[in-house]
Design a protein around this ligand. Structure first.
Ligand code: SF4
Ligand code: SF4
Ligand code: SF4
Length: 272
């Protein structure tokens, strides 16, 4: 088994334990480290404890813009892969659009950076943006129902069943990375590619990139990373593991994050 797959199966174990919407009657107990995490039944109708204790794992992503610049069309491939596996509806208009990952010009991706006399390459580039899975996520603090919550591996996840559609999280996210279903999305999912293993949403619910928690649980890479093949355009892994590929990339390249001055601590980095 190669290292990548081993790493992902390790993450997969954590992902499964952390639960994709873990049953409400269970509270998370952390017993001595990531490999010994267990759940204990609290009995009755206890509230789900979504705010899990950290495990030492913090999942993140590095996007190498140089590779995207050299491979026109690759970013669109990533978007299609993500939106297909997650049954993202296509309403056919901008007003109702649902987006988990999409391309924007440099000045929109990195609003805090000076745009004066910027490098010519940057002017011609478009950058993939997605939820940053912030280490200090304002969307989580804003949510009154814990429908959005930070998992112990750092993923900022959604429990669609708890979402009441108040959109506080959308107002709180300084990156505009959340979409609201103004209409019933189900009739707008392409039936030819409908992924029966991933839940569809309903009108009045917010959605966003989930760092492919479902795929990690099966030992797979995120769909966008997989769509990049061996190009190295996207790398996913544990930011707290000094031996991981992602940390080596961060150690050896100059990277930037979106709006770091806000103190949200994004887990997505860009090599520009
Ligand atoms: S990017 Fe926005 S939606 Fe994602 S974790 Fe940060 S604040 Fe929340
Ligand atoms: S829209 Fe849903 S996820 Fe967002 S703050 Fe309201 S309940 Fe929470
Ligand atoms: S990590 Fe998964 S959910 Fe997030 S943008 Fe990539 S494919 Fe979509």
């Amino acid at each position: 088994m190669d290292i990548k797959r081993r790493q992902f199966l390790k993450i997969a174990g954590l992902s499964t334990i952390a639960g994709l919407g873990a049953p409400a009657a269970f509270n998370l107990l952390l017993k001595g480290g990531p490999d010994t995490v267990s759940y204990a039944s609290s009995g009755g109708e206890a509230e789900a404890s979504h705010e899990a204790a950290p495990t030492g794992v913090r999942l993140g992503m590095v996007i190498d813009q140089r590779v995207f610049d050299a491979n026109k069309g690759l970013a669109q491939k990533c978007t299609t892969a993500c939106h297909t596996v997650h049954n993202v509806p296509n309403f056919g208009n901008k007003k109702d659009e649902i987006k988990w990952i999409f391309e924007v010009p440099f000045e929109k991706a990195f609003t805090g950076k000076s745009q004066y006399h910027k490098n010519k390459n940057l002017e011609d580039s478009s950058f993939l943006v997605l939820c940053n899975h912030c280490d200090n996520p304002p969307c989580v603090r804003a949510c009154p129902t814990k429908a959005t919550f930070k998992r112990k591996d750092g993923i900022v996840a959604m429990d669609y069943h708890r979402c009441i559609g108040c959109r506080f999280c959308m107002a709180a996210c300084p990156y505009g990375m959340r979409s609201f279903n103004w209409r019933d999305p189900r009739p707008f999912i392409d039936q030819k590619t409908h992924n029966k293993e991933f839940p569809t949403r309903m009108r009045g619910v917010v959605e966003k990139c989930n760092f492919c928690v479902d795929r990690l649980a099966r030992g797979q890479q995120p769909a966008c990373v997989e769509a990049c093949g061996n190009t190295g355009a996207m790398t996913f892994g544990d930011l707290n593991d000094s031996h991981s590929e992602i940390v080596k990339l961060l150690d050896n390249n100059f990277t930037i994050q979106r709006k770091p001055s806000l103190g949200t601590n994004p887990s997505v980095f860009y090599i520009v």
